[in-house]
Design a protein around this ligand. Structure first.
Ligand code: F0G
Length: 461
């Protein structure tokens, strides 16, 4: 390894945004003003913003050129035709319905297919996906594979669905499962990839029960890259071939172009069935816009059309995966508990093992996220019991999440390797003084999606 070349970004920088370097005292003040909630910080007060990889990436020169080509006609814009043919070519779906972002695509699809009492299985629902299934009256059922339970093991496809569990659900709930969804990569499960074999097994079960399979496609290119890197049987396939092999197993997908669309806004739902497409378009006109722009401007449609091709470039995907792996390997070498193996878009710290003295009801993930900000101005995101706990319907008791994770999501093409070195050093410093870190309590919270608005207070050691 010692004579391996360093990782280089396969691009150079044409336009920069300054980062304001702050002091610890300033950050302590900002955090107090935000009531401990990192969503409430002003982004100018953040040095390295790893809150999300969604809509936070840098666009290429070709995408900015495409923005200038954007045509803002209300109906029949050539920007839509370019967008439509990019989606058709990359994913292979005939019917393309543009939306302003991923959750609008989910809203349209679930409102159309899900009725009260229905059950929707998914390897792991993202929070907006769950919220949209539930808003349509359905039950959102997570069926992650058993291998994903242990954060320290190196199983290559921890994003997989538990196929035996799906088999049972499809048998027991016959007639009540309107669709099965697979999220690639599995974001809430650690940005871990789903294998082609797992998708094939899920597809076979769906076909046997005549239940359509849909894909939550947000990070489809990262999934294809990791799929090939970890499955020797796929070594000879190109990324576009693998992408098609995945989507050929499905009836349609929802997509947030803010991730692997390499754009700052946008999304779509794409389907094979023309009748379903017609119904989706009827709803689209009411809530998003005319079918040739949905919730997007012409220039955004063009930026996404270009982004969907760029995201498939081997050099880009190799660098992206290497950069995330680099951080995971170095933290791991310092014995810092980090989700293994490295995922596609983010580094996940295991806060339950990082801060074992803090009980789950004192939210170790939130405590750790607050410390990373105080130590080095890094904004991360708790993906643990603040975000994902639910309440027992009879006792009202809070049932913790499966894991207490802190996600460091890497915006696409935005930060350099030296920023990654800085992140590693800040995490190491917090690790060294971990024993002195106290837990937190929630002092105020709304009833749904509470992590966005909750306020936190420290609970002393
Ligand atoms: N599905 C997955 C797997 C996601 O990660 C997201 C968004 C969505 C759907 C919704 O897409 O934001 O365009 O409406 N994830 C972001 C994140 C917000 O930070 O992981 P959206």
């Amino acid at each position: 390894m010692s004579d391996a070349l360093p990782i280089i970004e396969p691009f150079r920088i044409k336009s920069i945004e300054p980062i304001l370097v702050s002091t610890r005292e300033e950050r302590a003040r900002h955090l107090a003003e935000a009531h401990g909630n990192l969503f409430k910080l002003h982004s100018a007060d953040v040095m390295i913003d790893l809150l999300t990889d969604s809509g936070t990436g840098a666009m290429s020169a070709e995408q900015w050129a495409a923005v200038m080509r954007g045509d803002e006609s209300y109906a029949g814009s050539p920007s839509f035709l370019r967008f439509e043919s990019a989606v058709q070519e990359v994913y292979g779906f005939e019917n393309v319905i543009p939306t302003h972002q991923g959750r609008a695509a989910e809203h349209l699809l679930f409102r159309t297919l899900v009725r009260p009492g229905h059950v929707v299985p998914n390897n792991t629902h993202f929070d907006t996906t769950r919220a949209n299934v539930e808003a349509a009256g359905g039950v959102a059922l997570d069926l992650p594979c058993k291998e994903s339970e242990v954060t320290s093991s190196d199983f290559p496809f921890k994003g997989n669905m538990d196929v035996d569990a799906l088999r049972r659900v499809l048998a027991e709930k016959a007639g009540s499962v309107p669709l099965v969804m697979m999220t690639i990569t599995n974001n809430a499960g650690g940005g871990q990839p789903v294998s082609l074999d797992n998708l094939r097994a899920v597809h076979a079960l769906c076909a046997a029960h005549s239940v359509p399979l849909f894909i939550d496609a947000c990070r489809f290119a990262e999934n294809a890259w990791l799929m090939r890197a970890r499955d020797p049987a796929l070594a000879g396939s190109s990324i576009p071939e693998l992408v098609r092999a995945v989507f050929d197993l499905s009836e349609g997908c929802t997509m947030s172009a803010k991730k692997d669309g390499l754009a700052n806004i946008g999304g779509f739902v794409a389907v094979r069935d023309p009748e379903l497409a017609a119904e989706l378009r009827r709803r689209l006109v009411v809530t998003e816009g005319f079918p040739t722009y949905g919730g997007m401007s012409g220039r955004d449609l063009d930026a996404v059309a270009q982004g969907l091709y760029e995201v498939l470039h081997e050099d880009y995907l190799e660098y992206r995966a290497a950069s995330v792996r680099y951080v995971v390997q170095r933290l791991d070498a310092s014995e810092i508990p980090v989700l293994r193996p490295a995922g596609g878009h983010a580094i996940f710290l295991d806060a339950a093992r990082f801060l074992p003295h803090i009980p789950v009801r004192r939210y170790p993930g939130q405590a750790l996220a607050m410390e990373l900000y105080l130590e080095g101005g890094i904004r991360s995101c708790e993906i643990g019991s603040v975000m994902l706990a639910h309440h027992d319907e009879t006792t009202g008791e809070e049932i913790p999440a499966r894991h207490e994770l802190v996600r460091l999501a890497i915006p696409r093409r935005t930060y350099t390797q030296s920023h990654m070195d800085y992140v590693i050093e800040i995490v190491r410093r917090v690790w060294k003084r971990r024993d002195a870190i106290a837990g937190v309590e929630i002092t105020a919270a709304p009833p749904v999606l509470r992590h966005f608005q909750a306020e936190f207070g420290r609970v002393g050691r």
